[in-house]
Design a protein around this ligand. Sequence first.
Ligand code: COA
Ligand code: MG
Length: 292
Amino acid sequence: MRARRALLYTPGDDLRKIRKAAKLDVDCICLDMEDGVAPNHKTEARLVIVEALNSLDFGRSERLVRINSIGSGLEIDDLMVLVNTRPDAIVIPKVEYGEQIRWVSSVITGYEDRNNWPRNSTPLLVGVETALGVINLPQIAAADPRLEAIIFGAEDFAGDIGATRTKEGWEIFYARSAVVTHAAAFGLQAIDIVHTNYQDIEGLRREALEGAHMAYAGKQIIHPAQIAPVQEAFTPSDEAIAHARRVKEAFEKHQEAGVGAFGLDGKMVDAPIVKAAERVLVLAKAAGKING
Ligand code: COA
Ligand code: MG
């Protein structure tokens, strides 16, 4: 699956910001129809996104579109206008049931069949950001073959259950863990919370590393200054890559000699440690840091 270390939201009605985003060399740009756009700007935002996707070069960035939530009354117009522009993937916010994902998937399939586009060529990423979404994670994660990632929305989740956001984040910790665990169980990526204080780069770095350690694949961001620190936090360092290679080599040698667990630099290495090292190498490859 492609690297989605940083997913930058850009309001769909703001062509100036979209033009800027296209030049930032960020993994994913999410042109937003939902909460980044005021209710009386939704129609304009649809047209701006169509123009942007038809005319701008987004470089290597993945072009995502976030539609309004299912049941908002806006979702069908969003899909009717935006599926035709062939974004690289579609984001559905505030998902609570697997059925909602299958409904969007079937709408896209209709367009694919009528236009002779390959089936399942538009993947889906879904936002889980309500209590109902969290407790229905098993049906959401298993809902549809188009599904590639689950995005955890902490601000909406806290608002939904009536929690107060704190710096430590214990009020969202269960949900944050649940999302990453269900994603892993179904072979999906998980995308972590927004650090809303976009001037606090040190706090951002800390939070991004925390997400990376929890096995999130990337993080949602809202400002250009957040791109570099976040993409870095989700890319294995040179030292981590060198260590992972040593662990793998040593493991292979010991396996040949019939030894399962052994010591390296005073630390025990066995199968799960090797699995972690292999994951480091997969991430480094996805980030373009190593070949093969
Ligand atoms: N995408 C693209 N460009 C962005 C951007 C974004 N999300 N956020 C800021 N920029 C641009 C600004 O337009 C500005 O460009 P300029 O120098 O060419 O004028 C530059 O980056 C610096 O921005 P700054 O002045 O520091 O911030 P701002 O006051 O313009 O914007 C926010 C602050 C929070 C309004 C803005 O970052 C934003 O809209 N973020 C996305 C919010 C969103 O989508 N929320 C919903 C999803 S959670
Ligand atoms: Mg949200």
